[in-house]
Design a protein around this ligand. Structure first.
Ligand SMILES: Cc1ncc(COP(=O)(O)O)c(C=O)c1O
Length: 389
């Protein structure tokens, strides 16, 4: 490959573009993570994270990808053979199910069509039928990154309450935290699982668990084998400003900066920005005569849009052409959607002109790939952005 001038457009739905301010913040000498200054950094980060998760409870920061944080949520709260209710909303829900199964949990996996989120009425009915309380946890992916469908966690909480069921609620917000409104405390979530590389605008490498008092109590009884992922040593060390093992020090500098940036913009403004970009993108897709994969308007994802191509068209070929011709990466179709959809990431450090450039790249790519479509998607998006500024 020869040099490609200009910035690469990284429009996959995570990892997202890392702002220059965050890159500069990481560009620091490695520090003594047991030294006197480190505690100040830890405390600032742990306080800042609470605001983003909307919780007063503890948030654990692991040097790990999101997959590690998934595992941590399970091994701290459950015991071998425990029944867990999970939902086939897409590829990431399927992967989380795989981990639960490997850990020796009894997974009840509710089938789905990868075009809808979790149905709150279905949750209520299933839990009401569980009169013996065999289901110990309900696990939901908030924003299914493989499909661009956002499940309604508040409604799912209400469904659990209506059923009067004691199951823990575990929620994956890996591609929604810092992009789509999320409320750990208000929605009574017991473990929220997150990662650094999406709405938090950081490189990959940090995983998070926000934990409720009920989850902490469950951790005392849980007998799944765990060592690295155990919450208690982390909480004991964090209270003094330290970690039980070497943290990802430079990523923590980055996290401190990203939290300051989210605070400066204001979380409500961050969510409104994502909402606006999500709607503009969907208008572009419809104007092109293509289909948004998500079928239910109230479940549209404001972090990414999965676009379904007409039968017989290869979405990966389109992505290759766009990468080669316009130096832009789009998300591939995952699992059973491979080749059928491409995904436009519009989350993280992102603005109107970046969206305009992204949509221009898609529109030019559709033409270059010879895919039947109607021109005018970019114009439809710009019209909306101008009217909603
Ligand atoms: C919703 C969701 N859950 C889990 C994961 C897995 O996270 P990681 O790849 O960081 O292990 C991802 C990754 O994209 C994701 O989008």
């Amino acid at each position: 490959m020869s040099y490609q001038p200009g910035r690469h457009f990284l429009q996959i739905p995570g990892p997202t573009n890392v702002p220059d301010r965050v890159l500069r913040a990481m560009d620091m000498p490695t520090t003594d993570h047991r030294g006197p200054e480190f505690a100040g950094l830890t405390h600032e980060i742990l306080d800042g994270l609470k605001k983003v998760f909307k919780t007063t409870a503890d948030v654990i920061v692991y040097p790990a990808s999101g997959t590690g944080a998934w595992e941590a949520a399970l091994v701290n709260t459950l015991s071998p053979g425990d029944r867990i209710l999970m939902f086939e909303t897409g590829q990431f829900a399927t992967l989380w199910r795989g981990i639960a199964t490997e850990l020796g949990l009894e997974v009840e996996f509710v089938p789905g069509d990868w075009r809808h989120g979790v149905d709150p009425a279905g949750v209520e009915a299933r839990l009401k039928a569980d009169s013996k309380g065999e289901i110990k946890a309900v696990a939901v992916v908030h924003n299914e990154t493989s499909t661009g469908v956002t499940s309604r966690i508040g409604r799912i909480r209400e469904a659990i309450d209506r059923a009067g069921h004691e199951a823990l609620l575990l929620v994956d917000v890996i591609s929604s935290l810092g992009s789509i409104d999320y409320r750990h405390d208000e929605w009574g979530v017991d473990v929220t699982v997150a990662g650094s590389q999406k709405g938090l605008m950081l490189p990959p490498g940090l995983g998070f668990n926000a934990i409720s008092a009920r989850a902490l109590a469950a951790a005392e009884k849980s007998t799944l084998p765990a060592a690295y992922w155990r919450w208690q040593p982390m909480l004991d060390n964090n209270a003094r400003g330290y970690f039980p093992y070497t943290p990802a020090t430079n990523l923590l500098y980055a996290l401190r900066e990203a939290l300051r940036m989210l605070d400066e913009e204001g979380l409500d403004n961050v969510f409104a920005r994502h909402r606006r970009h999500g709607e503009a993108t969907r208008r572009a897709v419809r104007a092109w005569g293509l289909e948004v994969l998500c079928l239910q308007a109230e479940e549209y994802s404001d972090a990414l849009t999965a676009v379904l191509l007409p039968e017989g068209q290869d979405a990966d070929r389109l992505r290759e052409i766009i990468l080669e011709r316009f130096n832009m990466s789009l998300g591939t179709g995952l699992g059973k959607l491979q080749g059928r959809v491409f995904r436009i990431g519009h989350l993280g450090d992102f603005n109107d002109l970046m969206l305009a450039g992204t949509l221009c790249g898609v529109e030019m790519g559709l033409a270059a790939a010879g895919i039947p479509f109607t021109r005018g998607g970019v114009a439809a998006a710009l019209e909306y952005l101008a009217a909603e500024s």
